[in-house]
Design a protein around this ligand. Structure first.
Ligand SMILES: [Zn+2]
Ligand SMILES: [Zn+2]
Ligand SMILES: [Zn+2]
Ligand SMILES: [Zn+2]
Ligand SMILES: [Zn+2]
Length: 202
């Protein structure tokens, strides 16, 4: 682990467009993980690099608590590989920040991505809030999960919990409860053919 991290210095080679690698999804996900924080697992925010081991963290994620005391000589421990470092061994990683700002990625949604292409910094929002290919739970709580782009149709036409009106009393009921409702619907009894009432009388 530590050796691999120490070798990882190839990021500052200028701008890179991840979509050039779209033939290889694996490459793209490798790139993404390279620019992710090992602590919060998200894309680095205000990246800091520990120069002694090469690890990068968000400014808010890097360990700022020394083992004891707190001075320029305080010793910190890298959470990834245990490397010891001092405050002066941490630098603001502008190259990495620039790379993150310029990078563009294709939609990473699995198993089927959408046609979205955008900034890496917008990717998390796209995947969790916007992507039409993301899975969403049915709002009517039927327990099903559907592609976001198909959910509306599911809820309007297919979901067994979609609200439908009883054709007799006009009350709105979940589709699955309609048959049971007919058994006790007052209006349905009133509307029933008189033959039924005669039978009851007999
Ligand atoms: Zn972080
Ligand atoms: Zn490290
Ligand atoms: Zn998408
Ligand atoms: Zn449903
Ligand atoms: Zn009814």
């Amino acid at each position: 682990m530590s050796e691999a991290r120490g070798m990882d210095t190839g990021y500052s080679t200028g701008r890179a467009n991840l979509y050039r690698d779209r033939s290889s999804a694996l490459m793209t996900s490798t790139e993404i993980s390279r620019l992710s924080c090992p602590n919060c697992k998200k894309i680095l925010r205000d990246p800091r690099q520990v120069t002694v081991c090469g690890c990068r963290f968000c400014a808010g994620c890097i360990d700022q608590r020394p083992a004891q005391g707190c001075s320029a000589e305080s010793v910190y421990t890298c959470a990834v590989d245990g490397a010891k470092y001092k405050r002066r061994d941490v630098r603001k990683d502008r190259g990495c920040q620039r790379e993150i700002e310029f990078l563009e990625v294709d939609c990473p949604t699995q198993p089927r991505p959408c046609l979205w292409r955008g900034k890496l910094t917008d990717m998390e929002h796209h995947v969790s809030e916007e992507c039409p290919k993301r899975l969403r739970e049915c709002d009517l709580k039927c327990g099903g999960k559907y592609l976001a782009e198909e959910l509306e149709q599911h809820m309007a036409r297919d979901c067994h919990r979609r609200p439908v009106p009883c054709q007799y009393c006009k009350q709105q009921l979940p589709m699955k409860d309609l048959q049971d409702h007919y058994m006790g619907c007052d209006r349905l009894l009133e509307c029933a053919p008189t033959a039924n009432k005669l039978e009851v009388k007999n």
